[in-house]
Design a protein around this ligand. Structure first.
Ligand SMILES: Nc1ncnc2c1ncn2[C@@H]1O[C@H](COP(=O)(O)OP(=O)(O)O)[C@@H](O)[C@H]1O
Ligand SMILES: CC(=O)N[C@@H](CCC(=O)OP(=O)(O)O)C(=O)O
Length: 260
């Protein structure tokens, strides 16, 4: 029987709020067994860029990452945010190890090709991108890898990579060795029937229901790429995908995605 592995992803809305981030880390520390954390931080990065006089630009939920933007997001994601989260996990006796994709060559990406849009130094992942064996070795040492959204191309170039994509790629890469659960954690109680009403959580969603919810505009904005990543992970052998509130990971309220 494969050992259970839980991959958690937290987004910028939670990371930005130190009280919520602290509570999430406490809840995560209560989860027994093997775990990996992937964090974004897009909201804070946009604030930081503006403070530094650079207008943030996003298209279809992906950041246009020119050289100056790459420098700043690298400092923000791989530096401040990653190390702060690792320190908070250490405070809760979780032996966290902060990683970018370049560390140990654990995630190798390719620069997104220029088509209608030039995304600059944005990285795409493929089925060979994640070194599952290195992650397995770290997990066997009872370390908890903590990934930021920075990867590399193997030619010395750092790349900015969407954190939801990193989480689903890491989950997929480990799905043959572990029984993997992928948890997308954010500031709402799950996928909501009414985005203004946190009590309207949809408990289960199939791919067919997702298409309907998307067509009706119930699921929109940042939730769309998250759902695409989530269903792709289920298709690729991840056992369970959950969308839930970052501070309520140990409570029953959540959305579970179903294969059919
Ligand atoms: N049906 C829905 N249920 C919940 N959130 C939704 C829904 N439709 C759109 N959203 C939006 O999607 C956002 C989550 O996506 P995103 O901002 O990319 O999160 P993160 O930064 O955590 O990855 C929510 O904050 C919410 O505004
Ligand atoms: C290429 C790209 O879009 N990278 C993302 C990485 C961070 C991220 O994904 O953060 P959230 O999960 O908080 O949205 C960005 O810079 O916004």
């Amino acid at each position: 029987m494969r050992e259970l592995l839980k991959v958690f992803k937290i987004g910028g809305g939670i990371i930005d709020d130190s009280a919520q981030l602290g509570q999430f880390v406490i809840e995560l520390s209560k989860i027994a067994g093997k775990k990996i954390l992937v964090h974004g931080g897009g909201k804070g990065a946009s604030d930081m860029l503006q403070i530094l006089g650079i207008e943030p630009r996003m298209i279809n939920g992906r950041r246009i990452t020119d050289a100056a933007t790459l420098d700043i997001v690298t400092m923000f994601y791989a530096g401040k945010t990653n190390k702060q989260i690792v320190a908070l996990l250490q405070q809760q006796q979780v032996n966290a190890l902060g990683l970018s994709g370049a560390d140990g060559n654990v995630i190798r990406a390719t620069k997104r090709p220029v088509r209608e849009v030039d995304y600059g130094f944005a990285g795409d992942l493929n089925d060979q991108s994640v070194d599952a064996n290195l992650l397995h070795q770290l997990l066997q040492q009872d370390l908890t890898p903590v990934f930021c959204a920075i990867t590399h191309d193997g030619q010395g170039q750092l790349l900015n990579t969407n954190a939801d994509t990193i989480a689903s790629s890491v989950a997929k890469a480990l799905a043959s060795q572990y029984e993997v659960e992928l948890h997308f954690c954010f500031e709402k109680n799950g996928v909501l029937a009414d985005v203004q009403d946190d009590q309207s959580v949809i408990p289960q969603i199939t791919p067919t229901q997702y298409q309907e919810l998307k067509a009706n505009g119930v699921i929109a904005a940042g939730m769309l790429p998250k759902m695409e990543n989530a269903f792709a992970a289920l298709e690729a052998g991840v056992e369970r995908v959950v969308i839930e509130h970052a501070m309520k990971i140990n409570e029953p309220i959540k959305t579970v995605l179903c294969r059919s």
